[in-house]
Design a protein around this ligand. Structure first.
Ligand SMILES: [Zn+2]
Ligand SMILES: [Zn+2]
Length: 261
């Protein structure tokens, strides 16, 4: 039996569709041993409806702590999926530093002022090769910022199924080098299967690059509804095994440990 963790979950505290307690039964059904809540926090862009109001963050953390008391066996972790905003590193750090989090997921959702994942119209009339490269550059900046423990959906720019015209392996190598130097984990995010992309993030063709540098991995669903907790995990573990992985990262109080799967 694989010790399954699902560290990327959204509830009604941000843009998920159910309260945290509704995800616990779903986690048990999916054979999950540790569930981690990771609501969207996007400082300086607080008017976006998919993010939580920063004023609610401490209430959210307290709520998840209380939930831990009633879970018989299921381990609950507390986190945030924090938007990386270049030039705001210090402000982000001073906001999140006092928070009692088990790990921090850092994600890039914006290029310029617009989000890359809310609709395909963002891509209309744009050069996808340039967008792809800009997205990677921003993710690499997020990795180097020192703010995060796990980088979220590292090639989210693939969400609508557009493909770069050139071989992107050099960009994956650059990203992996940065993950290695900065000692971050990445996630195999299964939610891309529910999007036009219809596959995981990152691109399975380049997982061997992550493995060659032994970058720690977590398998995460990025569920916004309870029925998607642990979704496609059997396939995800098989894929990781075929890339040469046999262990995954678990987090507690921002300490990382590796366990076999
Ligand atoms: Zn995200
Ligand atoms: Zn997410």
């Amino acid at each position: 039996m694989i010790y399954r963790t699902d560290y990327h979950i959204h509830t009604t505290f941000s843009d998920g569709k159910a309260p945290p307690e509704d995800y616990l039964a779903a986690a048990r059904i999916a054979g999950i041993s540790e569930i981690g809540f990771s609501e969207h926090l996007s400082l300086f862009r607080e008017d976006q409806e998919w993010c939580m109001d920063p004023a609610n963050v401490s209430g959210y953390i307290e709520f998840i702590k209380k939930l831990r008391k009633s879970t018989d066996g299921l381990i609950i972790k507390t986190s945030l999926e924090i938007d990386y905003i270049p030039g705001k590193e210090q402000e982000i750090e001073s906001f999140i530093e006092p928070l009692d989090l088990d790990y921090r997921i850092g994600s890039v959702h914006h290029l310029g002022d617009k989000t890359v994942d809310l609709g395909p119209e963002f891509y209309e009339g744009k050069n996808f090769d340039a967008l792809f490269e800009s997205y990677f550059e921003k993710v690499i900046q997020a990795v180097s910022s020192g703010l995060f423990d796990i980088i979220g959906h590292c090639d989210l720019i693939r969400i609508f199924g557009y493909k770069p015209s050139k071989d992107p392996s050099g960009l994956y190598k650059k990203l992996v080098k940065s993950l290695k130097i900065n000692d971050l984990a990445f996630e195999l995010n299964t939610n891309g299967r529910n999007r036009p992309l219809a596959d995981f993030y990152p691109d399975r063709r380049f997982l061997h690059i992550f493995r060659e540098q032994n970058v720690p991995v977590c398998v995460n669903s990025d569920a916004h509804i309870p029925s998607r907790v642990g979704q496609f995990f059997d396939e995800a573990y098989d894929l990781l095994r075929s890339a040469g992985y046999n262990e995954m990262a678990v987090f507690s109080g921002r300490e990382r440990k590796m366990i076999p799967f």
